[in-house]
Design a protein. Structure first.
Length: 564
């Protein structure tokens, strides 16, 4: 099979020489076109589309073509013979002379000039746009003879300088022919190997996507999906390192919210590593699909600067071997987030978590739940008839027998039959009023979220605004804080949420935020100050360090004012 090649000559005089050499070349099906720089690039792109195997060109034209096409490009080098011919021709020219060109020309020329001690200066360019300004400068400095490639030669002639075109001879052209054949045969073998591997994959593999380290998709095939089920796969660059696990499982959702399983396998090759991602759907019987809400996504960020939330997470971390948890806490405190935290800590990202209403659990059979689901979060117990709760609890053994972890959520005043048995881990999820040290970071987190997802402007709240939030009682807990901040970022057009806006939003709730009760204002200035300090101490759980920090005084001053 002959190799289809195209020779793009950057100047017309080269075409005749190529024709002569082509007559002696039997393995190349060679076409010849003339085109310099961008003109040559346009010719090369068309040739690539028509199925040419390899392109041969020279100098700056070859460089530009190589950047524009995905097939091999062979650069006809300026040989030592070519350079000696030009230097010999120019040597007897008595005036100031120079060689101007791309590195492919100037590097070889410098070696010969240094060796033979020929008085010719060399100037290297890296872009054709540099040529004219450089030649104008050289002309002002007294240079009269300029040697170089086509652009240099044409520009020199236009500026009134003597130009000599450095041409490639027969030796350089035959060398390019040989390189074109070697590269093309190597590429053909690679293509055959790739086609073989694709054929094997189509028989042995299902829905697969292969990613390079930069996230680029280098191969994909879909048997059970019409197209990519997710727009992109999140990449952790640690996955490409030699120390990373070779195989791991993660989960995602398609455009319709249906859960997917993704098995990622790291494949190491000589020049790096790739990630082979195998996709499959999480299948459940129709009754389970109707009631289970499968959760996918990254592990949740739990803010826990406060002692109350830190104690909650510490309790979870100490009891991860358990298979039944009861989350006790007021509505809006973040029990769903805690359920996700337990699932991710217990299974390290493996398997899925599904959320289900307590009443629906009575109609759900363990065999209907996909094996990928490792955790069930059972909520809305308050909406379930109390007579059915005991039956619900008795049925849980069957789910545990399948290795499923059960997490129940309930508010503090509820009672769940069996929730006090041995082996049940009771986790108290604190109200926001119990973890006010977390408010600042929660505010920052929510502002960032709204900025990234809704394009809102506000990225900060003033300290006075934060102080108002700290003084509010938050009956709706974290959910109420999130809702207030969402309203604030939609109203605030600037970058900072001022305390006046916070005060306005809180006052709408019927609580005059930031106001001081009348009883605190009775007495002398010292008595009022002491009463305020005692109130702050009470709000901070009588922690003097926290109270002093909030009042912006040191502990000794706090102690002295209380003693007085």
């Amino acid at each position: 099979m002959r190799i289809k090649a195209l020779f793009i000559a950057p100047y017309a005089a080269m075409e005749n020489l190529i024709e002569t050499c082509r007559a002696e070349e039997k393995d190349l099906d060679l076409q010849i076109r003339v085109g310099n720089l961008q003109e040559g690039v346009a010719i090369a792109k068309q040739a690539e589309a028509e199925g040419v195997d390899v392109i041969i060109s020279r100098g700056g034209t070859a460089k530009l073509i190589g950047e524009a096409v995905d097939i091999p490009v062979v650069d006809v080098h300026v040989s030592g013979y070519d350079m000696l011919r030009v230097l010999t021709l120019a040597n007897d020219f008595p005036r100031k002379k120079a060689i101007v060109g791309f590195p492919a020309i100037t590097l070889g020329a410098k070696a010969i000039i240094d060796l033979l001690e020929i008085p010719i200066d060399i100037f290297t360019i890296h872009d054709e746009d540099e040529t004219e300004s450089l030649l104008r400068k050289l002309k002002e400095e007294g240079y009269q003879l300029i040697m170089g490639d086509v652009v240099t030669f044409e520009t020199a002639s236009r500026l009134g300088l003597v130009g000599i075109l450095i041409q490639s001879g027969r030796e350089a052209i035959f060398d390019a022919f040989q390189e074109a054949k070697t590269v093309s045969r190597w590429m053909m073998k690679n293509r055959q190997e790739i086609e073989r591997l694709k054929a094997v994959l189509q028989v042995t593999a299902g829905d697969v996507m292969v990613l390079a380290e930069n996230g680029q998709v280098v191969y994909e095939q879909w048997k059970h999906f019409d197209s990519r089920p997710v727009p992109h796969v999140g990449l952790d660059h640690h996955a490409f390192r030699e120390t990373a696990a070779v195989r791991e499982t993660s989960h995602a959702s398609d455009a319709e919210g249906r859960p997917l399983k993704i098995v990622k396998t790291r494949v190491a090759v000589e020049n790096g590593a790739y990630l082979v991602c195998e996709f499959s759907r999480v299948h459940m019987n129709s009754p389970a699909e109707a009631v289970l809400q499968v959760k996918t996504g990254t592990p949740p960020l739990i803010i826990h600067q406060s002692e109350a939330m830190d104690a909650c997470l510490s309790m979870i971390d100490r009891c991860l071997s358990a298979s039944r948890f009861v989350l006790i806490g007021p509505r809006g405190a973040g029990k769903e987030l805690i359920a996700r935290y337990i699932h991710n800590r217990k299974f390290s990202g493996e398997g899925l978590l599904a959320s289900v209403q307590a009443a629906d659990m009575l109609a759900l059979e363990p065999d209907e739940v996909d094996a990928e689901i490792k955790t069930l979060h059972i909520h809305a117990l308050d909406m379930m008839d109390s007579s059915l709760r005991a039956e619900l609890w008795r049925r849980m053994d069957a789910f545990q027998g399948k290795g499923i972890t059960l997490i129940f959520s309930m508010v503090e005043e509820q009672h769940l039959w069996g929730a006090y048995e041995d082996g049940i881990v009771r986790i108290h999820v604190p109200a926001l009023a119990e973890r006010k040290e977390d408010i600042r970071e929660l505010v920052t987190s929510f502002l960032l979220y709204f900025n990234q997802t809704q394009g809102t402007s506000a990225i900060k709240m003033t300290d006075k605004g934060l102080a108002l939030l700290m003084d509010y009682s938050w009956p709706g807990n974290v959910s109420e804080l999130r809702a207030l901040l969402q309203e604030a970022v939609l109203l605030e057009k600037g970058y900072v949420i001022e305390h006046a806006l916070v005060e306005q939003l809180l006052q709408r709730k019927g609580e005059a935020a930031g106001t001081i009760s009348g009883e605190l204002l009775n007495g002398t200035l010292e008595q009022i100050e002491k009463a305020i300090i005692e109130k702050v101490l009470e709000q901070e759980g009588f922690n003097q360090t926290k109270a002093a920090k909030r009042l912006n005084i040191n502990r000794s001053t706090l102690w002295r004012k209380l003693k007085d």
